[in-house]
Design a binder for this molecule. Sequence first.
Ligand SMILES: Cc1cc2nc3c(=O)[nH]c(=O)nc-3n(C[C@H](O)[C@H](O)[C@H](O)COP(=O)(O)OP(=O)(O)OC[C@H]3O[C@@H](n4cnc5c(N)ncnc54)[C@H](O)[C@@H]3O)c2cc1C
Length: 393
Amino acid sequence: MMLQTTPEEESFRAEVREWLQANVPRDPRPTDGKAMREYDLAWQRTQFEGGWAGISWPKEVGGRGLSLVEQIIWFEEYARAGAPRVGVCFVGLNHGGPTLIAKGTEEQKAFHLPKILKGEVVWCQGFSEPGAGSDLASLRTSAVIDGDHLVVNGSKIWTSYAQVADYQELLVRTDPNAPKHKGITWVICPMDTPGIEKRPILTMVGPDDFHFCQVFYNDVRIPLSNVVGAVNDGWNMANATLGFERGTAFMAEQIHYSSIIEELIELAAETVGPDGESTLLQDGEIASRLATARAEMAAMRAMTYATVSRAARGNPGPEGSLTRLFFAEAAQRIRKLSMDILGPQGLVLGADEGWTRSYMRSFAQTIAAGSSDVQRNIIGERVLGLPRGPKAS
Ligand SMILES: Cc1cc2nc3c(=O)[nH]c(=O)nc-3n(C[C@H](O)[C@H](O)[C@H](O)COP(=O)(O)OP(=O)(O)OC[C@H]3O[C@@H](n4cnc5c(N)ncnc54)[C@H](O)[C@@H]3O)c2cc1C
């Protein structure tokens, strides 16, 4: 599948390339805490000031109002320029913001969307709970209506970047007596509200890597005007969010992997193999794995284009799981290959993101945004229309 671009789109590409060349920050991205937040927000602000934030977002909310093809061109050039990952801006830009665009009130859009685009705020996602991950609709964090507020009690877990976030897309149970999909509400939670406690969780990536938190809510009062959609209609909102998260949210990362393969090929060409003479690129097994990875990323690219043409007609829907599943598993194979090329060098953790930290982070690919098993269930049941499996007791 080829993406046919028009002369206008190609001139857009040239403009993007020139701007990125002049503006991509070259200092390494800090991997933790306030410094990471400041770095990611500053880069988002630079993109906004340059006129490059929200390329496919509607003009009335501060975006450029361009097509998803232009968005892809931006991501392709972004990867080619070696620009920093989206980092703490991920949720706001890739699924919080898009959910508000699709389902938010005019007031919610006017207040939040410009702040996200300008790099003024960080959003996080409070969906998973200790007893509700894959089976998200089992969530138990409760909210009762008290006057014009919701009062929230409970706990969320694996909340990426909660420690540096200003707002959260939060799912709460507002009707404990309704069938489990029917009594849920999607609400914007300001993270500085009294009663919120964040406990960072250490990951295996390193002693300084606190990617996510467990978050506790103790009588947290959130204005009812922060509800997105209607009270008790949160499952529909959550599906919109997950459609973006599994469909288009990882587009930049998926495109970025094509550049990673090319870097790996260079690395293999520079690395002398165990015989002390030939390079690892001359090693048949490594060369064949690199070729497979390159072909897989070309296939990935075709799937991304297909997702984009669906997303252009609205939310990408359950088909987003096809791309998410294929990408998550291919990314893990590619990261494993990088370790096999590096050999003992791969044991060095290093201060910045680098090959080793990225390899360790890749284990999360098949869990975050829904595990591979769950994506397979969605593909089987909602894309292919296969019968549902027996219910777990
Ligand atoms: C790096 C990272 C970042 C994350 N960030 C966030 C975040 O910001 N916000 C947020 O809300 N959550 C976040 N998560 C949580 C993530 O969404 C959940 O971990 C994921 O949905 C799986 O849920 P669980 O961990 O409870 O595992 P479980 O649901 O307990 O699953 C355990 C195992 O059982 C399998 N399984 C479960 N149900 C089925 C089924 N029906 N059929 C077949 N197999 C099944 C799973 O595939 C898995 O292998 C993050 C996770 C990671 C790893």
